[in-house]
Design a protein around this ligand. Structure first.
Ligand SMILES: Nc1nc2c(ncn2[C@@H]2O[C@H](COP(=O)(O)OP(=O)(O)O)[C@@H](O)[C@H]2O)c(=O)[nH]1
Ligand SMILES: [Mg+2]
Length: 437
């Protein structure tokens, strides 16, 4: 399923994780490759550029990335972005207890309605739901036989091949289901070659006649991003309750269909992955993306990123109140370098992008010096720098191999940063990085 996209996405990720150092150039190359993979999978261009914009934005907000490598952050942002375009949290078919739930299936000819009705019937039966099926397609001669075969006599089926209309058959079928005391009845509907308008008109009649718990739209993955138009068209006549996307096994455009539907806001609950009766899966965007990107690596990265983000949040809160030690101050500056983040942060600030590479290098040389200075301070001094009198300054300068001027500069920068930051409730690191080389 979606092997092509999957392979390309995984290759792109591997490309990034193999780099010794990730610069803007590699990031751009990576994003281009992600775009190519998704567009090849027929994902709407707008969704694709939204995704890459989100990743770029996420990378800019590197302030939150304390302790997280750029590679991990890219992977994480890609993962989250893909989940988002596939609809986010997993949605489930809701069955209201102690009443008959009527689910009317709709969709165009050949989309896989009848097959899917059969699959869902078995799926629910295996979950000990009392389920039955109504053969609402009264026009296709083979429709009832097709259902009989799919249900294998294991699930009750209501059919009427006399000259009644589908609306009449379905109405009677719902009465039948009620008499049987079923929890759920699945209504298969016609998929004849007709103009869309008549088909839609009939759907309205059915909906009005039985007032279903929800409708379930069946969409063929083969149509790719056209699925959006289809979902919208059905939604206009009868509110689409749920969507099932079929034939994901054979389609290279599956990603396109899934994302197009998710963008309409319709919950995809199942995907069809083969002709066999068991070849249906609950649709979980999180699991789906994990599989797409190659799972084992991913989970550890996600866990790491999430843990770091939590720790960083706590740290950020403390920092936001200006409550950080000189040690933490220097640590932040160092980590900004390690992440390659400070450049991103600086370039997102007004005028900050003008810092040359040379300036940056000089700044980091200074940070190295500051590290040596902090290391030469004792615990008491680190906790309260205001006790640094001239004899302490002299001692620390000597111990760290720096000058007294260097020590005083660090102390001053630290106190200024603390004061500035205290005034602002957010963006702690941003303000530290405002310090110029
Ligand atoms: N490969 C594959 N084929 C499917 C899937 N779902 C349905 N089909 C096939 O699609 C064709 C049309 O299905 P059918 O249920 O009759 O469509 P309907 O006209 O909407 O009722 C049949 O040949 C099914 O076997 C699926 O998930 N994967
Ligand atoms: Mg059918």
């Amino acid at each position: 399923m979606l092997e092509n996209i999957s392979e390309r996405l995984q290759n792109a990720l591997r490309f990034i994780t193999r780099q010794a150092y990730v610069s803007d150039k590699e990031v751009s190359e990576y994003l281009r490759e992600i775009q190519r993979a998704l567009i090849m999978g027929d994902v709407d261009v707008r969704l694709v550029s939204q995704l890459t914009e989100d990743i770029k934005k996420g990378l800019k907000e590197a302030v939150e990335g304390y302790g997280i490598s750029l590679k991990d952050r890219i992977t994480y942002l890609t993962y989250q972005g893909l989940i988002r375009i596939l609809g986010g949290e997993k949605k489930e078919l809701r069955i209201i207890p102690n009443q008959l739930n009527v689910f009317v299936f709709m969709g165009i000819q050949g989309s896989g309605k009848t097959t899917t009705v059969g699959k869902i019937a078995h799926y629910l039966k295996n979950k000990n739901v009392k389920v039955g099926v109504i053969a609402g397609d009264v026009f296709r001669p083979g429709a009832v036989d097709q259902l009989k075969q799919l249900l294998k006599g294991e699930i009750p089926l209501y059919s009427d091949v006399s000259k009644k209309t589908s609306v009449e058959v379905i109405k009677e079928g719902v009465e039948w289901a009620r008499r049987l005391g079923l929890d759920v009845v699945l209504v298969d509907t016609a998929g004849r070659h007709r103009t869309e308008e008549t088909l839609m008109g009939e759907m309205v009649q059915i909906i009005n006649a039985v007032n279903p718990t929800a409708t379930i739209l069946v969409v063929d993955a083969m149509i790719g991003q056209q699925a959006r138009v289809q979902a919208e068209a059905f939604n206009r006549v009868a509110k689409v309750g749920y969507v099932i996307v079929t034939k994901l096994d054979g389609s290279a455009k599956g990603g396109g269909a899934l994302s197009a539907i998710a963008s309409v806001g319709a919950p995809i609950i199942f995907i069809g992955v083969g002709e066999g009766i068991e070849e249906i899966e609950e649709f979980d965007p999180v699991k789906f993306v994990s599989r797409l990107l190659g799972k084992p690596d991913l989970e550890s990265i996600i866990a790491r990123v999430q843990k770091m983000s939590r720790e960083e949040k706590i740290r950020a809160q403390r920092m936001a109140r200006g409550r950080f030690t000189i040690e933490e101050f220097v640590q932040q500056l160092e980590s900004a370098r390690k992440m390659g983040g400070i450049q991103t942060i600086l370039s997102s600030l007004p005028g900050g992008g003008k810092l040359s590479k040379k300036d940056m290098e000089e700044f980091f040389v200074k940070v190295k010096k500051w590290r040596a200075i902090v290391n030469s301070m004792n615990t008491e001094e680190r906790e309260d720098v205001t006790i640094m009198d001239s004899s302490r300054v002299r001692r620390v300068a000597r111990g760290s191999g720096t000058s007294e001027k260097d020590v005083r500069e660090l102390l001053k920068q630290y106190l200024v940063a603390k004061k500035t930051i205290k005034k602002i409730s957010k963006g702690a690191l941003r303000d530290i990085s405002r310090l110029r080389p």
